[in-house]
Design a protein around this ligand. Structure first.
Ligand code: PLP
Length: 479
C-alpha cells in the first residue's frame, strides 16, 4: 500500500468507523454465533500473494463483524465501560503512525516526557497527594502507564516483595532469599479483583483473602487481626491491596482505617481504583478516597471510564526508586548518556517496548477539558440513579448495592435460579447485555452504564426489556 492508497483507505476507514458507531444500535449487542465459527469461513493458511484491500474489508464486514460483541452499543451494560472517543482513536492512530518505541528517554524523549506530564495532570485532576506527582518539589514519586490494572497490581506487588526482602536481608544477611520469601504474606479482601490473587500466584507469595463487612468494605480491624495472627505464626506482612470501587458492586474499602494498619505493619499499600478512580476528578466523589495519604501506589484505568481506548492504565508511586529497584536490568545496548537525569520507563514495568500511549490521554484531556470529563462521569452516575429508581419502584425487584457511581446490582426477589434464568433469557435475546455477580452469597445482575453518550431513553428501554422478561418468566412460573 503506497501513500496515495493509504490516504484513500484511511479516509474510507474513518467513514467505516463512523458508520459503525452511528448504526450500532440497530445490531444485536452480542453476536449470535458458536465457538469456532470463524474457522469455517477463513482459509486455513495465509495467502501467498497480497490481496486487494476491497476483499479484505469485505471479509471484515461479512466474517469479522458477525462475531463482534459491541461494547460501544447503547444496550451494552456488562462489565465496566470500555473507554472510546474520537480524540482517543486519533491519538492511537498518530502513535501507530509515529511507530516509535519509548522504552527509555533516549528511545523516544517526547513519549517519555509526555507520559510523565499527562500523569501529573491526571494525578492532580483526581487529587492524589503531592508526593505522587513528579513535578512537585523534591518529589520522589511519579506516574507511569501500564497496559492493565492487573499489571499495575502485579508490578506493585513485585516491588513490595523486593523491598521487603531487601529490608529483611539487612537483619538476616545469611538467610536465603527463598526462605525469606516463604515468610511473606499479602492481604486483600474477598471483594478484590482476581488479579490480586494472580499477582500473588506469579510472585510465589502467600495471600490472605479477608472478609469484608456488611457493606462489602474491608475494615482496618479485620486487617489488623489477620496481621496479628500471621505475625504470631512467624509470617511477615509485606503488601496490602485495597480496592476503591470493587468489580462486583463498586464498594469501597475503608482506606482511612486500613492505611494506619498497613503502615504499622511495614506493608506496601496499593490502592486499586481501576474503574472508580476516574470519578475522583469530580469533587463530590473525593470523600471516597479518604486515607489516600497512606497509599504507596495507586492505579486507575482511563481505558475503563475516561473516554480513552484500551490500553491505558495509569499508576502512580510515592517513591519511584522503590518501584524501579525491583525492575532494573541494564544491558549496555539500552544505556544512554542521559540515564542519570531522565526517566527510563522500561524500569517501571515488565515489558521493554512501550507504545506512545500518552498521546491519546493527552488528546482526550485537552479535547474535553476537565469539565467535559466531569460531565461525562456525572451523566453516567445520574443515569445509574435513574435505573436504580426504576428498580426500586417495582416491588418484585430489589437493589443490592449502594449505588454511588455507574453500576446498579439488582435481582428479582426470590431464588437465584430465577435470576439466572432472567439474565440468560435477556442475554440470549441480544436486546441487552449484562453480567452477573455474587453479593452476600446471592446471584445478582450487574447493570452498568457504559455507552459514551448514554441517554435516559437507553435506561428506560433497558428497564422495559428487564421488567417485561421478568413478567414472562414469573407468569410461566405461576402457571
Ligand atoms: N481491578 C478492578 C477493581 C477491576 O474492576 C478490574 C476489571 O474490571 C481489574 C482490576 C482488572 O482490570 P484489567 O483488565 O485492566 O487488568
Amino acid at each position: 500500500m503506497d501513500s496515495e492508497e493509504f490516504r484513500q483507505r484511511g479516509r474510507e476507514m474513518v467513514d467505516y468507523i463512523i458508520e459503525y458507531m452511528e448504526t450500532l444500535g440497530e445490531k444485536r449487542v452480542t453476536p449470535s454465533i458458536e465457538p469456532g465459527y470463524l474457522r469455517e469461513v477463513i482459509p486455513k493458511s495465509a495467502p501467498k500473494k497480497g490481496e486487494k484491500w476491497k476483499d479484505i474489508m469485505s471479509d471484515v464486514e461479512t466474517k469479522i463483524m458477525p462475531g463482534v460483541t459491541h461494547w460501544q452499543h447503547p444496550r451494552f451494560h456488562a462489565y465496566f465501560p470500555s473507554g472510546n472517543s474520537f480524540p482517543s482513536i486519533l491519538g492511537d492512530m498518530l502513535s501507530d503512525g509515529i511507530g516509535a518505541i519509548g522504552f527509555s528517554w533516549a528511545a523516544n524523549p517526547a513519549c517519555t516526557e509526555l507520559e510523565t506530564i499527562v500523569l501529573d495532570w491526571f494525578g492532580q485532576m483526581i487529587g492524589l497527594p503531592q508526593e505522587f506527582l513528579s513535578f512537585s518539589e523534591n518529589s520522589k514519586g511519579g506516574g507511569v502507564m501500564q497496559s492493565s490494572a492487573s499489571e499495575c497490581v502485579l508490578v506493585s506487588l513485585l516491588a513490595a516483595r523486593a523491598q521487603k526482602i531487601k529490608e529483611l536481608k539487612v537483619l538476616h544477611p545469611f538467610t536465603e532469599d527463598g526462605v525469606l520469601l516463604s515468610k511473606l504474606v499479602a492481604y486483600c479482601s474477598k471483594e478484590a479483583h482476581s488479579c490480586v490473587e494472580k499477582a500473588a500466584m506469579i510472585a510465589f507469595t502467600k495471600l490472605r483473602i479477608l472478609e469484608a463487612d456488611e457493606n462489602l468494605s474491608l475494615r482496618g480491624a479485620t486487617l489488623a487481626k489477620a496481621i496479628e495472627e500471621d505475625r504470631a505464626l512467624g509470617l511477615i506482612p509485606f503488601f496490602v491491596s485495597a480496592t476503591l470501587g470493587t468489580t462486583s458492586c463498586v464498594s469501597f474499602d475503608n482506606l482511612a482505617e486500613i492505611g494506619p494498619v498497613a503502615k504499622e505493619a511495614g506493608a506496601w499499600l496499593h490502592v486499586d481504583a481501576a474503574y472508580a478512580g476516574n470519578a475522583f476528578i469530580c469533587p463530590e466523589f473525593k470523600y471516597l478516597m479518604e486515607g489516600i495519604e497512606y497509599a504507596t501506589s495507586f492505579n486507575t484505568n482511563p481505558n475503563k471510564w475516561l473516554l480513552t481506548n484500551f490500553d491505558c492504565s495509569t499508576m502512580w508511586v510515592r517513591d519511584r526508586l522503590k518501584l524501579t529497584q525491583a525492575m532494573i536490568v541494564d544491558p549496555l545496548y539500552l544505556q544512554h548518556s542521559h540515564s542519570d537525569k531522565a526517566i527510563d520507563y522500561r524500569h517501571w514495568g515488565i515489558p521493554l517496548s512501550r507504545r506512545f500511549r500518552a498521546l491519546k490521554l493527552w488528546f482526550v484531556i485537552r479535547t474535553y477539558g476537565v469539565e467535559g470529563l466531569q460531565h461525562y462521569i456525572r451523566q453516567h452516575c445520574r443515569l445509574a440513579k435513574c435505573f436504580e429508581l426504576l428498580v426500586k419502584a417495582d416491588e418484585r425487584f430489589e437493589v443490592c448495592n449502594n449505588v454511588r457511581m455507574g453500576l446498579v446490582c439488582f435481582r428479582v426477589k426470590g431464588e437465584d435460579q430465577l435470576n439466572q434464568r432472567l439474565l440468560s433469557t435477556i442475554n440470549a435475546s441480544g436486546k441487552l447485555h449484562m453480567v452477573p455477580a455474587c453479593i452476600h452469597g446471592r446471584f445478582v445482575i450487574r447493570f452498568c452504564v457504559c455507552a459514551q453518550d448514554a441517554k435516559d431513553s437507553d435506561i428506560e428501554y433497558a428497564w422495559k426489556v428487564i421488567s417485561d422478561t421478568a413478567t414472562e418468566l414469573l407468569d410461566k412460573k405461576s402457571v
